[in-house]
Design a protein around this ligand. Structure first.
Ligand code: MG
Length: 209
């Protein structure tokens, strides 16, 4: 797999299924980008779904270290509010900060995934040090000028790859359809629920767990 190809690609962090996409893939530790990954670049907020996802992941035993090229006081404040360790001024994709963050968590490369919204910094940096990378679409379009410039190259490298679909949608839709069918007596109440169609997601692709 090329260094610039993320193992997985999601619309936003809350679309990552904590059990299936982290725990079942052997990831106990996450090195987490900040800007436009969990914090909007325009309003500097953590969206509600992102905050809830972080809480659920921590409850599930996932450990996080924030890893950001940003050096402004805002990232330190955020780390304090979230009570998460932070490596700032990271100069991603260079390896030293990734290794410092890994060390802060007492993590190993094989049980650590980098999550971020930039291919050149987050994905490439993760692969430089032998870690997996989950790439996200940025939370908002607004970003720093040099980041917007790099996104042109990212679009070329990503080609027509699209974020993975929400896995819960097909099952929820099927259950709703089944309920409607039962209510309208199209199916007997005892009819077994059909297996939800599997979503074509590349589960733990290429990993030895
Ligand atoms: Mg970012």
């Amino acid at each position: 797999m090329p260094l610039w190809t993320p193992e997985r690609y999601f619309s936003r962090i809350s679309h990552i299924v904590i059990g299936r996409d982290l725990i079942d893939c052997g990831f106990e530790n996450v090195l987490l980008d900040i800007d436009n990954t969990i914090l909007t670049r325009d309003t500097h907020e953590v969206p509600r779904d992102v905050g809830m996802w972080l809480g659920k992941a921590r409850d599930a035993g996932i450990r996080f270290c924030l890893l950001s090229n940003n050096w402004h006081h805002g990232v330190y404040e955020l780390a304090g509010e979230l009570e998460l360790p932070l490596v700032a001024k990271a100069v991603k994709p260079l390896p030293p900060a990734f290794l410092r963050a890994k060390k802060k968590l007492g993590a190993k490369r094989r049980n650590t995934v980098v999550i971020g919204d930039q291919l050149i910094t987050d994905v490439l940096g993760a692969h430089f040090v032998g870690m997996a990378a989950y790439m996200l679409q940025p939370l908002v379009e607004q970003d720093l000028p040099h980041t917007l410039f790099l996104r042109h190259f990212e679009r070329v490298l990503m080609g027509d790859r699209q974020p993975e679909p929400l896995s819960s949608v097909p099952q929820a839709a099927q259950q709703a359809a089944q309920q409607i069918a039962q209510q309208t007596a199209l199916l007997p109440q005892s009819a077994p629920m059909a297996e939800a169609p599997s979503v074509a997601a590349p589960m733990c692709k290429g990993r030895q767990i």
